[in-house]
Design a protein around this ligand. Structure first.
Ligand code: CTP
Length: 460
């Protein structure tokens, strides 16, 4: 887009309506582009659109509340909220506009928030409509009539692109690329809608589209959809990156990982199945955003991540020693280590010889590291524990959270088929101090680490 046109979007208020077309996947990208060009964007979305894109994603990209429910009480504080929203904008656009919304809008059926707002838009505010649907729906006479009706109301129709559609057919119906839409908006803002000339051009284009042959696609690739999903994923990741960088850039994080080993004699020990993968994954992700990461690890088969301070320990006592002498320097302490609860009161100094008699080991409790940190952490420190329970997981985790004065507890979901130890996958529930529960479905330990960091960044 040329710079002058791009400037037309600066400080402009754009109302974006999103409807239930598969191309709704692309709408966060559109919002992001409009914002990049200096516009402010508010979004209103139909119930069906929410099958393709979530209001939360749109709210976080637009940095504004998203209107999705006509009767949502939180939107009612200004009275006649839909009228306020309709009068607020400099330009309103429905992209993608489904066949259903075309029909409702052309006939004034305001049975959802989007149509209610768009029908309340004053005459002097330009309205752009970008239909997107499957070719056969686009060509259906009622759809074409509705488009003509909306044109006759003075709205600008942005014709769809021709190409591969989600159905696997090829033909007109694709939502044009984001830059085509922003370009169109900028043109309308610059020149207004000259109904006469615009309609002649648009009608020509629409006729061309309708008359072009409909080819079946030999491989039903949902190319457009995949592309949009991919871009959306990238965009979500960059939003997460920003959020985490902002929060962690001045934070020092101490993470413990892996098992402890409690010696019986010089060659035998008591330990557990912890692989250390969860703690290492958190360290790997945290180092990307945090000012400093210290990983204190039991003996595991993993290489310490680059650019992370590293201390290797063997026993619960050594872990305790390493943590106690460092924790004061750290803002966030994540105890992912599987610490032995018991150690030998008196390990044998020499290898214990085999005999026919039973052997009784005198086990004494190890120090509760997490509990001791909880009782002395300062008010700015965040302390996080893990829990692995085989029964009453959530209730026990709540008790542990309170008892040990934690800010967050991460409970591994354990059942006989769910191999927590050694696996690259995990399923956890995060519980904060107010007992808000977030269930993270089975996913890679790095993905879970990102969710944990996101939760930490949003702890109250
Ligand atoms: N933990 C610790 N010190 C110990 C034992 C455990 O700091 N001596 C930490 C672990 O790193 C983990 C959390 O405590 O973050 C929970 O460990 P878990 O074994 O599930 O709980 P316990 O407190 O030992 O309680 P219980 O075994 O009775 O459930």
């Amino acid at each position: 887009m040329n710079i002058n046109l791009q400037n037309n979007l600066k400080n402009k208020k754009i109302l974006l309506g999103i409807t239930g077309s598969i191309a709704a996947y692309k709408s966060p990208l559109l919002v992001r582009e409009l914002i990049k060009m200096g516009a402010e964007v508010k979004v209103v979305i139909t119930p069906s659109a929410q099958h393709f894109v979530t209001p939360i994603t749109l709210a976080s990209v637009s940095k504004n509340n998203v209107v999705s429910d006509m009767f949502d009480l939180s939107g009612q504080n200004e009275g006649a909220w839909h009228i306020h929203l309709a009068h607020w904008c400099d330009l309103a656009i429905i992209a993608p506009c489904s066949a259903t919304t075309l029909g409702k809008f052309a006939n004034g059926i305001a049975d959802n928030a989007l149509i209610a707002v768009f029908m309340a838009i004053p005459k002097n505010i330009p309205i752009v409509i970008a239909p997107a649907m499957d070719t056969t729906m686009f060509e259906f006479p009622a759809t074409q009539n509705n488009i003509q009706t909306l044109q006759s109301f003075g709205f600008s129709i942005l014709p769809p692109d021709s190409g591969e559609l989600a159905s696997g057919l090829t033909g007109p119906g694709r939502l044009p690329d984001v830059n085509v839409i922003t370009n169109h908006i900028a043109q309308v803002l610059a020149n207004g809608i000259d109904i006469h000339s615009v309609n002649i051009n648009q009608n020509e284009r629409l006729n061309q589209l309708i008359n072009s042959p409909l080819e079946p696609l030999d491989q039903a690739v949902e190319k457009g959809k995949f592309q949009a999903e991919l871009e959306l994923e990238q965009m979500k990741n960059s939003l997460i990156d920003n959020e985490l960088s902002k929060y962690f850039k001045d934070k020092k994080v101490l993470i413990t990982a892996g098992p402890t080993i409690e010696r019986i004699d010089p060659v035998r020990y008591i330990s557990n199945f912890s692989s250390g993968k969860m703690g290492y994954a958190i360290a790997e992700v945290a180092k990307k955003y945090a000012k400093e990461v210290l990983l204190v690890s039991g003996k595991v088969n993993l290489n310490p991540p680059d650019k992370v301070k590293f201390i290797e320990i063997e026993s619960a006592d050594e872990l305790n020693q390493a943590v106690q002498s460092n924790y004061e320097d750290y803002d966030i302490i994540i105890m992912a280590a599987a610490v032995a609860d018991y150690k030998l009161a008196n390990p044998f100094p020499q290898k214990h010889k085999h005999s026919e008699n039973n052997l009784q080991l005198d086990l004494v409790p190890t120090v509760d590291i997490l509990g001791s940190l909880g009782s002395k952490k300062n008010e700015n420190q965040i302390l996080i524990g893990f829990a692995l329970e085989t029964e009453n997981a959530i209730d026990n985790a709540k008790l542990k959270l309170k008892k040990k004065n934690l800010d967050l507890i991460i409970t591994n979901i354990y059942d006989d088929n769910n191999q927590v130890f050694g696996s690259d996958l995990n399923e956890v529930v995060l519980l904060d101090k107010s007992f808000n529960e977030s269930h993270i479905e089975k996913s890679s330990k790095s993905k879970i680490s990102i969710e944990i960091l996101k939760k930490i960044a949003n702890l109250k």
